[in-house]
Design a protein around this ligand. Structure first.
Ligand code: ADP
Ligand code: MG
Length: 468
């Protein structure tokens, strides 16, 4: 018999949520899920039904489709009854974080009340210009973002396209634009969402024959921010829709801001006419920060931490963790927790290096792994020649190692698609296709996963070192 522990719903929810988050592998996935979870306003339990209230209807639908069954098992594991059902409901009393255009009969009426179709994801209020540290790696992108705030919709800055590696501040900068414009004019219709969400929503609208209301919704926005547009590569039909939305907004002098991990020209699966639209405004790159900027970011992020983090610890982190601002933040959090638990111990180099060994190991792998090394290790494992991996031959005994090597290069190194494609002597889309194929196969083929693990360990890293 299953025994049910009766704990209050909030606690049960907190446990289930952290259980679920701990199962996720990548930081990006975690932050995406956290963003959705932040739309949950309250939880209650009515008999056998666990009711999750959300701040907008779209979140309720999305959470239901994507997470209901996973959350149900996590609730069980956290101590909920095994026959517990989950329901997602719109919390009518929730205040909107952002004013959205309402889809009323007129199609253009604007209201303070959040529309039931509202699709925007909440902005992180901490992502402001004040919190963004300027340095040579990001000063152009920052200036462009401030230009947008000064003149939203103005042609030279519309669209603004920010690109750069993961964890370098693209989302922060984009949301700073939203936060600042909202502060200046709370009536502005602002919409922030990831390209993936945008695409999912379009697919849902088509399913429910609501393409028309989808279209109207996005044409009545003053500021549209689409994060991680590299994901648009997945949907051909959607690209057409996006193109039309894009033109309509631009013609009405509405501002569009986008981010991506690569420059527009390196988005091989996106139609040429969209690329040229993306390039038609201002394109700016954010690069990895130098030592001074890293230290300044750490100082900023550590302001207000109690007990305070000593300078030598901040310098140690800035010295050893160079590639991601996000990883620097993780290291800082770890030091801060250690300080809270043990404020008396001096944070010597030895202690710091032990405390942060995970981060530093990851950083070293990140820097070290070369594509040559990946190709030769994979070739050896599959007893083929590197020249065969680089060839066009399509026999399965070559396709698997070739695609696996592409997958490792793409997921475990910070190298961009152009460089990977060049080193494999293939086109961008061949590389992307290879990576995708392996991703799918890894979900179902235990043998392939085992081979990947062996190869990674030979390369001196492990599955959890995956950075994208
Ligand atoms: P990206 O979208 O490029 O992957 P994010 O915008 O999510 O990166 O940034 C990751 C983290 O690093 C965020 O917490 C962000 O606040 C922080 N960050 C990045 N660059 C800066 C900067 N220049 N100043 C302050 N914080 C930064
Ligand atoms: Mg981002």
């Amino acid at each position: 018999m299953n025994e049910t522990i009766d704990i209050n719903s909030k606690l049960l929810w907190e446990r289930a949520k952290s259980g679920y988050l701990s199962l996720l592998q990548s930081d990006d996935e975690k932050s995406q899920v956290e963003r959705y979870f932040s739309m949950i306003t309250s939880v209650t339990r009515k008999g056998n039904v666990f009711v999750i209230m959300t701040s907008n209807a779209y979140a309720a639908d999305f959470l239901k489709i994507q997470y209901a069954s996973k959350l149900k098992s996590c609730l069980n594991m956290a101590g909920g009854a095994t026959d517990l059902d989950i329901e997602f409901k719109l919390d009518e009393t929730a205040r909107p974080a952002i004013v959205m255009p309402d889809i009323q009969k007129s199609g253009t009426a604007r209201t303070e009340r959040i529309s039931t179709f509202s699709s925007t994801m909440p902005l992180n209020e901490e992502y402001t210009f004040d919190e963004f540290v300027r340095g040579p790696s990001n000063s152009w992108a920052l200036a462009a973002a401030q230009g947008v705030v000064a003149n939203p919709g103005k042609s030279g800055y519309n669209p603004l396209f920010i690109h750069g590696g993961t964890g370098l501040g693209k989302t922060h900068l984009m949301q700073a634009i939203g936060n600042e414009l909202r502060r200046k004019n709370p009536q502005l219709a602002i919409c922030y969402l990831t390209a993936e969400t945008f695409l999912n929503e379009y697919v849902n609208a088509l399913k429910n024959t609501q393409a028309e209301s989808f279209r109207n919704r996005y044409r009545n926005i003053d500021l549209l921010m689409v994060d991680d547009v590299q994901f648009l590569q997945k949907g051909k039909q959607f690209q057409e829709e996006f193109f039309n939305t894009f033109n309509a907004l631009q013609q009405a002098h509405k501002q569009i801001v986008m981010t991506s991990d690569v420059a527009p020209k390196n988005l091989p699966l996106i139609e040429e006419r969209l690329i040229s639209r993306f390039e038609g405004g201002m394109v700016q790159e954010i690069e990895s920060p130098n030592y001074e900027t890293r230290l300044a970011i750490l100082k900023k992020k550590s302001e207000g931490m109690t007990p305070p983090i000593p300078d030598n610890a901040l310098e140690y982190i800035a010295d050893n963790i160079k590639s991601h601002v996000r990883a620097m933040e993780g290291a800082l959090r770890k030091v801060s927790i250690f300080r809270t638990m043990d404020p008396a111990t001096h944070l010597s180099k030895e202690i710091l290096s032990r405390l942060l060994s995970d981060f530093i190991e990851k950083e070293n792998n990140f820097k070290k792994l070369t594509i040559d090394e990946i190709q030769s290790t994979v070739a050896k494992k599959y007893s083929v020649d590197i020249s065969q991996i680089l060839s066009m031959e399509r026999t399965q005994s070559l396709v698997t190692p070739r695609q696996l090597a592409m997958y490792i290069a793409r997921k475990f190194t910070p190298k961009g698609l152009p460089e990977i494609a060049e080193q494999f002597k293939k086109t961008h889309s061949t590389v992307l296709h290879g990576v995708k194929t392996i991703e799918k196969r890894l979900d179902v083929e235990e043998d392939l996963k085992a081979s990947l693990e062996e190869i990674l360990s030979e390369l001196g890293c492990k599955l959890s070192d995956k950075i994208y």
